[in-house]
Design a protein around this ligand. Sequence first.
Ligand code: NOJ
Length: 528
Amino acid sequence: MSWHTHAIFYELYLRAFADGNGDGHGDFIGLRDKLDYLEWLGVDCIWLLPMYPSPLKDDGYDIASYYGIHPDYGLLEDFKMTVDAIHERGIKIIADLVINHTSDQHPWFQESRRSKTSPMRDWYVWSPTDERYQDVRIIFVDTETSNWAYDETTGEYYWHRFYSSQPDLNFDNPKVREEVLRIMKFWLDLGIDGFRADAVPYLFEREGTNCENLPETHDYLKQMRRFIDTHYPNAILLAEANQWPRDVVDYFGDGDEFHLCFHFPVMPRLYMALAKADRTSVVDILADTPPIPKGTQWGTFLRNHDELTLEMVTEEERQFMWAYYSPDPKQRINLGIRRRLAPLMGGDRRKIELMHSMLFTLPGAPVLYYGDEIGMGDNIALFDRNGVRTPMQWSGAPNAGFSSAKDLYAPVIDDATFGYQRVNVAAQRNDPTSLLHTVRHMIMTRKALPVLADGDLDWLHDLPKHALCFWRTSGEQRVLALHNLADAPLEIALPDGAAFSDALDATATVDSSVTLSAYGYRWLQTRT
Ligand code: NOJ
């Protein structure tokens, strides 16, 4: 059994997690202090958001050096100590690998833009006109009007899929391709367990295409995988490819590309199913998801550090989601919603648990977003996606126990519902009935039931549409996961011939039928 297929990931934004040196920014000292917490929570692997030197125009996704650590976070030595401390606790760590683009402050780009004859000119994608690749969509639609930016120094345009301060690297240049392998080697030699690879569909450009998912891109990603398999066989690659399932599955290759790929389309449909009390959209998208090679896995999630993206839904569904989950237009950004899980659920504990239950029982390796395990809120007054990246709420102490500094990189949430005085780790650890304990219990239960990671999925179709119920089966092990998407009790007659026990509650008895409370859920295990 490979570790990644059964892992539970925890997405950790270092700046927000814990400030160890009192400067108002989270750092590696702070993270080391909190590893006991992550071990207690039971997560298997940390995904660390970009920690590299960066002007932070895109919160570190604009890298100015691939071989260092942002000074806010510490030194390379701190990084190494942290990796070792994480491993001592039996936890793994993967880092963000952002290779599609760099910051415009990166010395490579500074050199490249200097003149048309610069030796690094073709490290980036330059053009005398902005007419090329007209079939390519714009991703940051709220800020960018073109994927080309004019550069006065040489009177040419450079290509960028994200902010204009993030010029795309030119993967047609073999030196770029070699350099990426060198970067991977550098971090893997420091002991990390792999990478979450950013924005992988966009590496190459070809006229007459939408420049996404190109064969050249897949060829190169396979080369990255060969490099890993040859030199670091236990390391993994997780793809961020925000595409339809039929296109994402290509990123698994024949088991020779990515170990894991995020399943973007299922995520908004979990929210939609709940909003409409109708499982259909989740059933349909999973039916449209082709099988994946043995040894690979989907990465599934409820929220992350970006907006809740609505790229992989129809226009009608997008309008529904916007109207339902972001009634205030300020809660919207690009093609998504910049809110956290708990506020999206209206703070309703039943719904927050139900969403987690679906995440932990449907196929895929769950990727939790820091703070969602305690039901943290958001702050739409902050710029861009920063409202979902506020300091972790450790306690009711000043600054939520995050930092001793006077000024923080961002204010802590202190509104009446989600403020740190009410929502924090310390209070919830002391309360066995808290959301934190419930999420931890789901994590522990899931880990004891490998069928939830590798089992087949079979729906119970003969139930009302607000019943999202399915079997997970692997050999002798069978789990029946029941979810009630509606605000009224739901009685379900259990299939004949099986005896069940409740996997989440050893004290509960299970008769021939169960009644789920409004937004209730149960995980039933067959007894043999
Ligand atoms: C995806 C990342 O998740 C997002 O935060 C970033 O802005 C873009 N890629 C560009 O790197």
